[in-house]
Design a protein around this ligand. Structure first.
Ligand code: GLA
Ligand code: ZN
Length: 680
């Protein structure tokens, strides 16, 4: 595949991160040392201006960027590029004092006091006007600067505002969505129930904590609206920069498994996907390898949002964070492993929060490249510098892309709707976990899945898994049918196809929207088990005899009208003898249905079978090894990560290790936490 470089200015990978020199303007000696240390650490980029509003504009209208220009120039002279942020992540006191509408209202409709960050009202006209002035001036001053790589819009956009302006915007948004026809909305939200009918759009409130929050359609549309509102704010900032002459690419930093907004909607309005990766290593409930697989899932989620270019790991912590319940230091060599995992999965950057540790306030104990001790010989600094060197050794992977044939569907509104549904059991719904567990099974077979939405382009995929796809967007039933008809392997589970995009139950049997035919079955009941309840299923062997048995927990569906092949039947409880896993030949493909919850590794045979049907090669990797591949025009790069502390030998590896320069012909031996990048 052709390399797709993110930036023309930089040849290799980016290494660097958030840098807040505005905290040290009275210490020129420190600023000078920072540049020297950055060079020692092979750092070639910084992100500046994220929280600089109060320095940019200490009093209203008194805007001055000279401090920033000077530092940006000096960094550029030293080969260090800048990602420049708009400073809207936090507001100066004068702004909130004069324009209180900038401050968000909470879920009771009560306005916040000034303070903290990431808490502006996205729709406040007064705030927008201040943002417009600030962003225009930033672009006028810095667009086209040779050291400027890209624009970073605000910071970690998130949260909901329940103010009056947002309430009115919500009503307008709803009127638009329902063609200005309140009866359409009443139908979609099924408001005859509990006398919840509305006569006009202006009667509708956000789902206040002390108001209407039992109309599920309203709850869901509020989340969709809030996604729209944040995106609208982000687009406003981008448009402002563009009209003031900015031509550089844009991004905004996303967060792991983020819940508030549908990133699949937001992704289309920025040029490059970036996200902030904060693993909780060496924790007390998981192995490092299992935790890293969760990271890997997130990387895959963000990578898959734009498959035609690399993504960016915009933030990660050198050493440790300071906001987890327990803030443990990364053990030696973990820094390289976490950082290289990002590159392995498709990131062209390893960026940190932060270059230099703050002296005071809430993040003073958060990890940084340069610590309070102020030297370039700390353990963390040396690990960062070593990584910087290794990133230079593998610089040829920049611009290379993944090329995966397996995908897992992960829709945001499906997540929200499952959690909000008054059904199943609150504590065991576990949609995210189910998707991750399926991802893990493939990863352990050496096959990397993408994580996509039901609305994205599915071309190129041969296997798609859509566990618990409770909400079916318009046209998705047909899309699945076409995918299978044309030879795809599709897998789904219990709690699939129950409702349409408005959350109205599909009539005529589940899964709805034509899927009963694709799967060759209908689901009549979904039974919720208590956490300690167990059932089991028996896998039917080729001779039609029950072979081994597998444990069932949490959920079991009672199927009927099954015309598909039965791969497993229930052993116990009132569903004994009934089909539990099925496979339906449909057109040229196959549709698998798993009607109950099992451990994913217990049903690995299904995934193997799908891989075989799709002619995708796989080999079980040694436990604790992660493998990722990036492709260039003329070669491929296999990344092997040893996510354990033990030495592991990986068989069947040939090629050149870009870091050790070893030529491998047969096997690769990796020490604890060691990684290898093999060109083949
Ligand atoms: C987030 C923010 C940063 C910083 C880090 C700390 O990712 O974007 O400003 O607060 O967390 O981990
Ligand atoms: Zn608001």
């Amino acid at each position: 595949m052709e390399r797709k470089k993110l930036f023309t200015q930089v040849d290799g990978l980016l290494h660097g991160g958030d840098y807040n020199p505005e905290q040290w303007l009275d210490r020129p000696d420190i600023l000078e040392k920072d540049i020297k240390y950055m060079k020692d650490a092979h750092i070639n980029t910084v992100t500046m201006g994220v929280f600089s509003w109060a320095v940019h504009e200490p009093t209203e209208g008194n805007i001055n960027f000279d401090w920033l220009a000077e530092i940006m120039d000096r960094l550029y002279e030293n080969g260090i590029y800048t990602v420049l942020a708009t400073p809207t992540g936090a507001r100066p006191a004068w702004l909130d004092e004069k324009y209180p509408s900038a401050m968000r209202c909470n879920e009771m409709g009560v306005r916040n006091h000034h303070g903290v960050r990431h808490n502006h009202c996205m729709q406040s006209p007064e705030f927008r006007e201040k943002v417009r002035i600030m962003d225009s001036k930033l672009a006028e001053r810095f667009a086209g600067h040779p050291g400027l790589l890209m624009w970073h819009i605000s910071n970690e956009l998130g949260g909901y505002c329940y103010c009056d302006t947002c309430r009115k915007k919500f009503q307008e948004w709803l009127a638009d969505r329902y063609d200005h026809d309140i009866e359409k909305l009443n139908k979609a939200w099924w408001t005859t129930f509990w006398s919840h009918k509305f006569n006009s759009f202006d009667q509708i409130d956000p789902p206040y904590a002390n108001g209407e929050n039992c109309v599920l359609g309203l709850n869901l549309d509020w989340k969709r609206f809030s996604t729209w509102s944040a995106t609208d704010f982000m687009r406003f900032e981008i448009d402002t920069l563009r009209s003031a002459g900015a031509k550089e690419p844009t991004t905004t930093n996303f967060m792991e498994m983020f819940y508030d907004y549908d990133y699949h909607y937001m992704k289309d309005f920025i040029d490059v996907i970036s996200w902030d990766n904060y693993p909780e290593m060496h924790n007390n409930w998981q192995t490092d390898a299992d935790h890293l697989l969760e990271r890997s899932f997130n990387h895959a989620l963000f990578r898959s949002m734009k498959r035609d270019k690399p993504f960016m790991m915009m933030e990660s912590a050198p050493g440790l964070v300071n906001w987890r319940p327990f803030n443990k230091y990364r053990r030696p060599d973990m820094h390289e492993l976490i950082s290289m995992q990002a590159v392995a999965t498709g990131s062209d950057t390893v960026q940190y929060f932060q270059i230099r540790k703050s002296r005071g306030s809430s993040e003073q104990w958060h990890g940084a490249v340069i610590d309070h001790i102020g030297t370039n010989d700390t353990r963390v600094f040396k690990e960062v510098a070593k990584l910087g060197e290794d990133l230079e050794s593998i610089s040829e992977v920049a611009g290379t892309l993944s090329d995966n044939k397996v995908a897992i569907i992960f829709d945001w509104d499906n997540r929200w709707a499952i959690d909000d549904a008054w059904a199943l059991a609150k504590e065991t719904k576990k949609f995210d976990e189910t998707c991750m567990n399926i991802y893990n099974v493939f990863m352990k077979l050496g096959v990397e899945p993408d994580i996509i939405s039901s609305d994205m382009d599915w071309s190129g995929y041969k296997i798609i898994c859509a566990p618990m796809l409770y909400v079916l967007h318009d046209g998705v039933g047909e899309k699945i049918a076409d995918f299978v008809k044309n030879g795809g392997q599709f897998m789904s589970t219990y709690f699939t196809g129950y409702v349409n995009k408005d959350l109205l139950a599909n009539l005529g049997g589940f899964p709805g929207d034509g899927l009963s035919e694709v799967f060759g079955l209908r689901s009549e009941e979904i039974d919720t088990l208590y956490p300690e309840d167990r059932n089991s299923i028996s896998i039917i062997d080729r001779a039609g005899k029950p072979s081994h048995s597998i444990e069932v927990r949490d959920y079991q569906e009672l199927l009927r009208d099954v015309t598909a092949d039965v791969l497993a039947r229930y052993n116990g409880d009132y569903v004994a003898g009934k089909p539990a896993i099925t496979r339906n030949n449909y057109g040229d493909g196959r549709a698998y249905y798993v009607a109950c919850r099992t451990k994913q590794e217990d049903i690995e045979f299904i995934y193997r079978e799908m891989l075989e049907h799709a002619h995708i090669a796989y080999t079980k990797l040694p436990a604790g090894i992660e493998k990722h591949t990036r492709y260039a025009e003329d070669c491929a790069y296999d990344f092997y990560l040893n996510c354990t502390t033990e030495e592991i030998v990986v068989p069947n590896v040939t090629g050149t290790d870009l870091i050790t320069k070893d030529k491998l012909a047969g096997s690769l031996s990796l020490k604890g936490y060691q990684i290898a990048v093999i060109r083949r």
